[in-house]
Every structure is written in C-alpha cells, then in structure tokens.
Design a protein around this ligand. Structure first.
Ligand code: FAD
Ligand code: EPU
Length: 335
C-alpha cells in the first residue's frame, strides 16, 4: 500500500477544483483498510468516493482515504427478490446497469447518478420518485477511531430527504465498506414523474422493463444536467426547500404558477425555479456560474477555486432569502 504525499485531487472531484491531499491512499479491500487504520498516526481522515457531492475549498490536511473496495455479490435469492452486497467503491451507475441487465427492479430511476455506492446512503440519493432507502437492507461500516465494525439496518440510518445519520450524528466518523440492497424480480416500475410519462408516450411499446426506464432516465438527465467529464459541477448545489403553507401563500400572491411537490407530510418548491425567477440562470462570474439549462447546478468553467464557487452560492442564497424569505441549504458538502 502506497501513501502519496501532496497528491492532486483535481481529477478526483467532479467540480474539477485544483487542491491537494496532504496524504492520499487508495484502498482496495477491507483488510488493507483495517491495516491502514490500525497503523496510521493521522488524526484527520477524510473519506473520498467519486468526489461528485463535495466542493473542496482548500488543501486537505491529514489522510485522504479513497475507497475503491469493489465487487457485486448475490447474497440471497428467492423467486421474488435478489439481494446483493456491493463494495462501497463500486460505481453507483454500474450497479444500476448490472441490475437492469438482469431484469431486476428498484433502482432504474436512479440511473446516471455519479459517484460510488458507498456514498449513496449518506445523502440517501434520490431521483424521479425513488430513493436508495426504498431498496436498502443494511450497510457495513468501520469506525475511524475505534476501528470497530458496525452494521446499520434501514431504521438505524435515519433516512430523510437528502439526509441520514451519516450527515448528522455520525458525520465523518465512519467509513462505509459494503452495502446490501434488495431488488425485485417483479416489474415494479415507478412511472409517476411527468417527464417519464412524456417520454413513454413517444415510444410505441407497452411492456416496459427496467432497462427501458433506465434508457429514458438517461435521456432526460442528459438534456438538463451537465456531464462532469466536460463541465465541472456537483449536480444540485442546494436542496429543494421544504416550506409551509404561509410561505407558499406569500409566493402565490406574486407567482400563482409556482410549482409545488407535495407528499404525505412535506411540501417542497424546486430551488431551481426560485433561482431562475431571480434571473440567475446562465449567469457567469469569472470562472464559475449557473448552468444555462438548470439553475440549481453551479458550474466551473475551468479554473474556478472552491472559494469562487462558494462566493457565488452565497450571493444566490442571500438573494433567494431576501426575495422569497426562504433559506436555501447546501446539498453539496463544502470542505
Ligand atoms: P463523494 O462526493 O466522494 O463524498 C460525498 C460525502 O460522502 C463526503 O462527505 C465523503 O466524505 C462521504 N463519503 C464518501 N464515501 C464514503 C464512504 N465509503 N464512507 C463514509 N463516507 C463516505 N445526487 C442525488 O441524490 N440525486 C441525483 O439525481 C444526483 N445527480 C447528480 C448529477 C450530477 C451531474 C452530479 C455531479 C452529482 C449528482 N448527485 C445526485 C450528487 C452525487 O452524485 C451523489 O450524492 C453521490 O452519491 C455522491 O457520491 P460520491 O462517491 O461521489 O461521494
Ligand atoms: N426548474 C426551473 N428552472 C430550472 C430548473 C428547474 O424552473 O432551471 C423547475 C421546473 O419547474 C421543474 C422543477 O424545477 O419542473 C424540477 O426540476 P427537475 O425535474 O430538474 O428536478 P429538481 O427538483 O431541480 C431534483 C433533485 C435532482 C434529481 C431530480 C429528479 C434535489 C436537490 N435535486 O432536482 O437531484 O435528479 O430532482 O428527480 O432534490 C442532485 O441531488 O444532485 C440531483 C441532481
């Protein structure tokens, strides 16, 4: 195992910010990980996955552990379900592809989300009406200080909208090494989103499977989200705010057409709509800006620093707060 000194993280974060890790190691197995944790004298440890939900504003002190534990293993199978255990360093979208190629159901709506599966429970990744919590069984994690192994079941994780215990009480305390998810053999497609329905109308066959929906989701996402390979970004910069009826009524006085997403106990407004209404869409400030096809996505045109992007995000946040009386919260972890 090779610990590198002053290792560039430029190609290891999708915002393409140029900072270094004081020390960096790439680990491929739980055994290597435990050995590193037992022998390291570094007090500060940062766990890196695909770098697609972080904004790095400085060089990282201490040790960066890049989790590359791979492998997709069938753990159990019944005539209704297939339960798989996946190494945390496996690319999330490869897992989705693996499942749709086997005609399994449950994660097809989460196609094309970047990053590794190990980070997926941290913010309970979600898209098009599905969240990882819907298929989640358990995860295995190692405490960075005590080196003890813990198993978390679904209720232990305290999943919420872009939230879990790993962003709160257990923030930066654990490294997730394995995730177990339960996929369905039965066709359980979730077609509730308008954008999906619209695409289905265009194609002329009725018996859709998870692979068809994966293709539809990829098509929809490519139309509005920038590919981090070409444009630095971390997806939605802010969460969609959860609002109450009074705030909604205030906004409706001026904008009766405000889009609102309701479920049983929450009401959300798309932050992208609020930001677009304030004319930020396509705005550019030096080397960073707001994507011209989606206002919730901040982009790096090339040489922006993490601080440049934070400055821009704060201006947007202030504007939304002043004009709509809504406090946006970052989805991206600012480091
Ligand atoms: P990283 O950015 O590497 O890490 C994120 C956080 O998790 C960090 O705090 C890190 O320390 C911690 N972490 C990472 N791995 C581990 C581990 N094994 N153990 C403990 N802690 C760990 N998200 C959605 O929910 N829905 C979307 O539709 C979506 N679309 C996106 C589109 C684009 C174009 C981009 C760039 C991002 C999008 N995202 C979306 C955000 C992002 O892809 C997800 O949050 C993803 O799960 C992050 O994974 P990662 O491996 O890149 O995590
Ligand atoms: N909208 C605008 N202008 C914009 C963008 C959006 O007015 O520039 C409005 C439109 O009314 C649109 C609505 O916002 O109908 C919703 O937009 P979209 O379908 O793109 O979804 P979103 O709410 O912006 C959320 C997630 C995405 C996820 C999609 C699909 C959050 C913070 N973001 O975005 O997740 O892929 O739904 O389900 O919840 C991410 O987390 O990084 C991410 C990309």
């Amino acid at each position: 195992m090779n610990i590198r000194n002053y290792h560039s993280l430029l190609d290891l974060n999708t915002f393409k910010v140029n900072v270094n890790a004081e020390f960096y190691i790439n680990i491929q197995s739980e055994k290597d990980l435990l050995e590193i944790l037992k022998n390291t004298s570094h007090k500060k440890i940062f766990i890196l996955g695909g770098g697609s939900n972080i904004l790095l504003t400085r060089n990282i002190k201490g040790l960066v552990i890049h989790n590359q534990i791979k492998g997709i293993k069938i753990k159990a199978e019944t005539n209704k379900h297939t339960i798989i255990e996946v190494g945390a360093g496996e690319l999330w979208d490869r897992v989705v592809e693996w499942s749709t190629e086997r005609n399994l159901y449950g994660i097809e709506n989460l196609s094309l989300i970047p990053g590794y599966i190990g980070a997926a429970p941290i913010q309970n990744i979600g898209a098009y009406g599905t969240e990882i919590k819907d298929v989640f069984q358990e995860l295995k994690a190692i405490n960075l200080q005590t080196k003890e192994i813990h198993i978390f079941n679904k209720s232990d994780c305290q999943f919420g909208y872009r939230d879990s215990i790993f962003k709160n009480k257990l923030k930066d305390k654990l490294i997730i090494t394995k995730i177990t998810i339960k996929l369905s053999k039965k066709n359980t497609l979730n077609l509730s989103y308008k954008a999906i329905k619209k695409e289905i109308e265009k194609i002329n066959h009725k018996q859709l499977n998870s692979k068809d929906i994966r293709e539809i989701i990829i098509k929809i996402r490519k139309q509005k989200l920038p590919d981090p390979q070409y444009i630095g970004n971390a997806g939605s910069f802010f969460k969609n705010p959860i609002i109450n009826q009074d705030t909604l009524n205030e906004i409706k006085k001026i904008h009766p057409d405000v889009p609102v997403f309701k479920n049983t106990n929450q009401m959300k407004i798309p932050a992208g709509w609020l930001i677009e209404k304030l004319n930020w869409k396509g705005y550019r400030e030096n080397n960073c800006g707001v994507y011209n096809k989606h206002s919730l996505v901040l982009i790096n045109y090339g040489n922006a620093s993490g601080k440049d992007i934070v400055n821009l995000s704060q201006k947007i946040k202030q504007d939304v707060n002043q004009k709509f009386n809504i406090k946006l919260e970052e989805e991206v972890s600012i480091i």
